[in-house]
Ligand binder design. Structure first.
Ligand code: MIG
Length: 789
């Protein structure tokens, strides 16, 4: 075997390969080594950074170890198997032919992965037993079909949108497809669960047209450049940490490869391995962060509408909830509460006493959340504008003037959240709202969206030290705004901040919840909401929801009923709609709609302690709250593309109706015994069943043997939770266990040990015993009851 031709250095945690110009072929840079680092023994970072590129978040410490396999003086015996497999994968030829191939290989390994490079720097990652997991594609790339200028002009004349040359990549990573891949994740994209065969763009986009499935909608509001690849025998994730415009061609151009490209910036990606999808999510969120424990009330029902515009209207709304016996914890105030859409102001004519209003409502168990956009009104004498101008807090033109565009307030300027000083300033403004009793902040329009065309790529964000252009900042603008808001609220309120954002980047989960933006009151959007939320969860964003009832256009009573059912376990549980669309509060239609709506609000409220436990689990492991079936039944191919069911944790299965007029639906139950929540019928899984689903029924199943903590019926969530816990036990012959988390549900005292973990055990005779795994919060339950089914 010949020796690897490039100079390289292998240290404990990383390998640097100096391959001069060759590298520029793959990465757009030369004169820098290609670095392969063992972040852990299952997560590799592959990068070639030259520029002082802007790290929005801290880079991970390297804790994995690398050892040389080849070339090496003392080659371990096991290497040969992997070597042969590698050659096959690289050359596409059977291993007997491969011996004639003269490729030089550099191979090194962590405890779980073997990494090899050929003399052209193609990378191959195998498991230690030699099974190829992921390898650079070495064949010919498909040429993109190109249109002549004339053809493009003709197409445009007929009204077609032609994106010619929009998505030029400066560099691209291309990986072989083995033919058994299913792709999940990629944040918030339209369409179904499996992303195989489609191409996507990461460029935070506010497009009010109905979001239809690919190919028209390649980008929505969020850029989460992370996906999970499930193959027959393995699962891994790739996180491409580049926040310029990037593209993900998931086997769209060719069935031989998939590719990831970037318009600019650097090669920097992570290969994240695990035994299960859950492992990969755990490892990905170990890199990018997890959603911290929320305040308990945030798990309740939220009512919103763009158009609530007076103190009286908000008060009446709250009273309507109370008088109709409808659970509700939060009312959202959209842009109409502000004085001329000026952020961090309140219209004193419409809301003469916001503090009084929030106090009155809080006494009734309802809190207020207000919207805040980034666009800051150009107006001398307005404190945000004056302070921002004086201190150079706003984005600039290349000539150094303040950059202006138009948003709700008219002429507007854009805070430079890349600067920590600006973030602190922005965050400190939250005090104005917190002091008036506001409990959370909803960040909108932070892609950033603008009315007079998009922000040009060369708008300058001066930052703390190095100025950055809009093309580099765009995809993290909303992320940094959410971070500023989170840190500000934490400081000014002392509580666990409640932030909702529309635009996101990988890691936004540390600061914010998110909603999927402007959907429409159409059945396809109800249907799409399930894979949308599930893929967001698998992309590390667990606290998410869609606008229940639909934002744009007009809902129908039937659609509203089906939407509240489908969302009854959605982590963020909010009904919201647009100003010019029909009102969709639960009492706007007939008696039946109101009753059905109430049933599902009440159902949700019973399960709050279970949801809170899932949030606790998520904060420790990154596991999403609602999960696709494949996360728990990875060996059952029947669930790989299950788009219309989801699991809540690992033990509740929800199969909503998402078709108009449907009153029966097929439900796939994976292996095990499932108990119908409504009838308590026990059904052996591993098959499809047909379930009657009249308008008032959303099919729900509980896995036999489960303990689920619930509360007595409440219409508002008290701080610290209910005083009584009811353990719903769905019996089985085997003993059952469950760990339940409890704390004050509001602040950070849990970080000092002020929480309880109850360990419930039910033996095969049905006897409950309770022990404490941790005891630090002194408000224990007054009673714990067992209710067996
Ligand atoms: O251009 O604030 O997605 O939830 O109601 C519309 C008004 C601006 C878009 C948000 C929507 C919100 C609306 N906003």
């Amino acid at each position: 075997m010949s020796t690897f031709p490039w100079k390289y250095e292998l240290s404990d945690h990383s390998c640097s390969i100096y391959a001069g110009d060759l590298l520029s072929k793959y990465t757009n840079v030369s004169g820098t080594p290609l670095q392969i680092e063992a972040v852990t023994d299952t997560t590799l970072r592959i990068h070639a950074r030259t520029l002082e590129s802007f790290a929005v978040e801290q880079r991970p410490k390297l804790t994995g170890t690398l050892t040389a396999v080849s070339p090496s003086d003392d080659l371990p015996q096991e290497k040969t198997a992997c070597d042969a497999a590698l050659r096959t994968a690289f050359t596409g030829t059977a291993s007997s032919d491969a011996s004639q191939n003269n490729q030089s290989l550099l191979t090194f390994a962590t405890k779980t992965l073997q990494i090899s490079l050929d003399d052209e720097l193609h990378l191959q990652i195998c498991s230690v037993d030699g099974t190829p997991l992921c390898s650079d594609y070495t064949g010919k790339l498909q040429e993109a079909e190109s249109l002549t200028e004339e053809e493009i002009e003709q197409m445009r004349q007929e009204g077609h949108v032609v994106h010619a040359g929009d998505d030029a990549c400066r560099f691209q990573i291309t990986k072989s497809l083995y033919g058994d891949e299913v792709f999940y994740g990629l944040g918030d994209k339209t369409g179904f669960l499996n992303k195989m065969g489609y191409d996507y763009t990461m460029w935070n986009t506010d497009n009010p047209d109905p979001h239809v499935e690919n190919p028209t909608f390649k980008a929505l509001y969020k850029s989460i450049p992370f996906f999970i690849t499930l193959r027959k025998d393995c699962v891994y994730g790739i996180f491409f940490d580049n926040h310029y415009k990037t593209s993900f061609d998931m086997g769209y151009s060719s069935t031989d490869y998939y590719s990831i490209g970037a318009a600019d910036g650097e090669l920097d990606y992570y290969f994240i391995y695990g035994d299960t999808i859950a492992d990969v999510i755990k490892n990905y969120t170990a890199l990018t962060g997890r959603c911290p424990l929320p305040q308990l009330w945030t798990l309740g029902y939220h009512q919103s509408r763009w158009g609530y515009s007076s103190q009286q209207e908000v008060l009446e709304l709250a009273e309507n909830f109370i008088n109709n016996d409808l659970p509700c914890d939060v009312i959202h105030m959209d842009i109409d509460y502000m004085d001329n859409y000026k952020v961090f102001t309140v219209d004193k004519n419409k809301f003469p006493d916001l503090s009084g209003l929030s106090n009155t409502l809080q006494d009734k168990g309802i809190r207020l959340v207000t919207i805040i956009d980034p666009g800051t009104k150009v107006e001398k004498g307005y404190h945000m504008y004056d302070e921002g101008v004086r201190n150079h807090y706003f984005a600039q033109t290349p000539e150094g003037d303040i950059y202006e565009n138009v948003v709700w307030p008219g002429d507007s300027v854009f805070p430079d959240y890349t600067s920590s000083t600006v973030r602190n300033w922005w965050g400190s403004q939250t005090k104005l709202l917190v002091d008036q009793g506001i409990s959370g902040i909803w960040n909108d329009m932070n892609e950033p969206a603008s009315f007079r065309g998009p922000l040009p790529e060369n708008v300058v964000f001066p930052g703390d030290d190095i100025p950055r252009l809009h093309k580099e900042v765009h995809n993290v603008y909303g992320h940094l705004m959410a971070k500023a808001t989170y840190e500000g609220l934490k400081e000014t309120s002392g509580k666990r901040p409640f932030v909702i954002t529309r635009a996101c980047y990988s890691g936004s989960q540390k600061y914010s919840t998110a909603w999927t933006g402007d959907n429409q009151s159409i059945w396809t959007h109800l249907k799409m909401s399930i894979p949308q939320l599930l893929n967001l969860g698998m992309s590390g964003m667990p606290f998410v929801g869609t606008d229940i009832g639909g934002f744009g256009s007009n809902t129908t009573p039937e659609l509203l009923c089906r939407w509240i059912q489908a969302s009854c376990f959605a982590p963020l549980f909010r009904n919201h709609c647009a100003k010019f669309s029909r009102c969709q509060e639960p009492w706007q239609f007939d008696r039946q709609t109101l009753d059905i709506y109430r049933t599902y609000l009440k159902l949700r409220y019973r399960f709050i302690p279970y949801l809170y436990d899932l949030f606790y689990e998520e904060s420790q492991t990154g596991m999403p709250i609602i999960r696709p079936l494949v996360m728990h039944y990875q060996n059952d191919p029947e669930v790989y593309e299950c788009n219309d069911e989801y699991l809540v944790g690992d033990r509740i299965l929800v199969a909503p109706v998402t078709d108009q007029g449907a009153h029966v639906r097929p439900v796939y139950l994976p292996e095990g015994i499932w108990v119908d929540y409504w009838t308590k019928e026990r059904i052996e899984g591993g098959k499809y069943i047909l379930r009657d689903a009249p308008l008032d029924i959303c099919p729900i199943y509980i896995k036999a043997g489960s303990i689920i903590p619930t509360w007595p019926q409440l219409n508002h969530i008290p701080d610290g939770g209910a005083k009584e816990l009811i353990l719903e036990y769905y019996t089985s012959d085997a003993p059952a266990e469950y760990c339940h988390y409890q704390d004050n549900g509001t602040d950070f005292s849990y970080e000092n040990g002020e929480y309880n973990i109850y360990h419930f055990h039910i033996d095969s005779d049905g006897h409950l015993t309770t022990s404490m795994d941790h005891q630090g919060y002194d408000h224990l339950y007054d009673a714990v009851r067992l209710s067996a089914h």
